[in-house]
Design a protein around this ligand. Structure first.
Ligand SMILES: Cc1ncc(COP(=O)(O)O)c(C=O)c1O
Length: 406
């Protein structure tokens, strides 16, 4: 289907509502994206007509729900072009996926003196799980530095790779800066030394398609709710050989082959990593979200969002006192900004009074804010349903905030 932003907007019922007496201008999709009618209807239909527990019943409903859940896994396999559906694990979200790798990979492959490489711009969910496994194993973190524009220093990265490096875990797209990192190069340099790479894809999939085989990435984690799907569900892609080598993350139903009090043997992939009743409706709803984005040509979405990014960057830069934090050459449609002399929270509050939703604060990237020597920013993050009128409203709102605060 050809991409028409007016038609896309019409698919999102929430965009029709008002906030504080103004039409909603939703510029916080980086935190969580809104849901199209097809996803909302899919969730309601599932609970109305299909619900039962999966993978364990002979009865009709259980088989139907199992089929719908596994169909969703297959859709997601196709969406990221994984080789096998069993390499696509359902999780609670990006955070859960990264914790899974940290715990399971870490327990098997990390020891005292080993190193994991992350970067200065990581979200807390790609920092803290590694710190926790480092505490348990004696491994340590090394941090790729960045420049003022918010780009990784690739020479420094290359020189960090060594005998003791066991894993690279970096954001594909920075949630605070919008930087799109050179992941092909990152993976190539790591693989030349036999080191696996995890990409935090939370901010990738809403903006661009990912082909995990073409990237040759070893682990790729993302969240359903940022991809126009439900909350509480996400995906961890992992290469079969690595997942088979890793011990289970959690124990419980579904992840076992045979349990006795003496010894338990584990199920095959993907079930080995999916203990307990999963978020069934979440998985099925995520399948519907993937159907939604897949109906558009990715190049048209990218072109639309790049137009919004450039337009907004230009218009915001024109405002006296506005400084954009994160000016990498290769960016997704995320703009963090400061209004000189004003606290981001005040800017966000004044924008909210005009129905404009932006995020304020450290965006779960405190070390990155420390790098810039700031407590936080205001952040406008755009999705495929935003248009130039949204940018105009933001710019008018920031001008009003500047008039009130400066
Ligand atoms: C880059 C990045 N990584 C990880 C996360 C964590 O995602 P979730 O809270 O859905 O697990 C986010 C969420 O904002 C993010 O932007």
């Amino acid at each position: 289907m050809s991409f028409d932003v007016a038609q896309v907007r019409a698919e999102f019922p929430i965009l029709q509502r008002t906030v504080n007496g103004h039409p909603l201008i939703y510029l916080d999709s980086g935190a969580s994206a809104q849901k199209p009618r097809s996803v909302i209807d899919c969730i309601a239909r599932y609970y109305r007509e299909q619900h039962a527990n999966i993978h364990r019943g002979v009865h009709h409903l259980s088989q139907q729900a199992t089929q719908a859940y596994e169909d969703a896994r297959e859709k997601i396999r196709c969406f990221i072009n994984a080789r096998h559906a069993h390499e696509v694990l359902f999780t609670k979200g990006t955070t859960d996926g990264i914790n899974l790798v940290a715990a399971a990979f870490g327990r098997k492959f990390l020891g005292a003196g080993d190193q994991i490489i992350i970067s200065t711009m990581e979200h807390h969910s790609n920092i803290v799980p590694w710190q926790m496994i480092c505490e348990q194993t004696g491994a340590m973190l090394k941090i790729i530095p960045i420049n003022q524009r918010g780009e990784l220093l690739m020479d420094d990265y290359e020189s960090m790779l060594g005998e003791r490096t066991k894993l690279i875990a970096v954001a594909h797209v920075s949630n605070s800066l919008g930087t799109i990192n050179p992941v092909t190069e990152i993976i190539k340099l790591a693989h030349q030394r036999g080191i696996p790479v995890l990409l935090d894809g939370a901010q990738t999939v809403p903006h661009m398609r990912v082909d995990v085989q073409a990237l040759d990435v070893d682990f790729f984690a993302f969240s359903g709710h940022k991809l126009f799907g439900p909350t509480g569900v996400g995906i961890l892609y992992g290469k079969q050989a690595l997942l088979n080598d890793m011990p289970p993350y959690q124990g419980g139903g579904d992840m076992i082959e045979r349990v006795t009090f003496e010894k338990t043997t584990y199920n095959t992939l993907p079930h080995k990593f999916e203990a307990g009743t999963p978020n069934i409706v979440g998985g099925i709803g995520l399948g519907a979200a993937v159907d939604f984005v897949s109906q558009y040509d990715e190049r048209e979405i990218v072109a639309h969002e790049q137009d919004i990014l450039e337009y907004a960057t230009q218009k915001l830069t024109d405002i006296d006192g506005v400084k954009i934090v994160g000016t990498a050459a290769n960016k997704a449609s995320v703009i963090s900004f400061l209004l000189d002399g004003a606290h981001p929270f005040d800017v966000g509050t004044i924008l909210d009074q005009q129905g404009i939703a932006v995020r304020t604060g450290h965006h779960c990237t405190q070390p990155l804010m420390d790098f810039y020597g700031i407590p936080g920013t205001a952040r406008a993050s755009f999705a495929l349903y935003n248009n130039r009128a949204d940018v105009d409203a933001l710019v008018a709102g920031v001008r009003r905030a500047a008039a009130m605060l400066l």
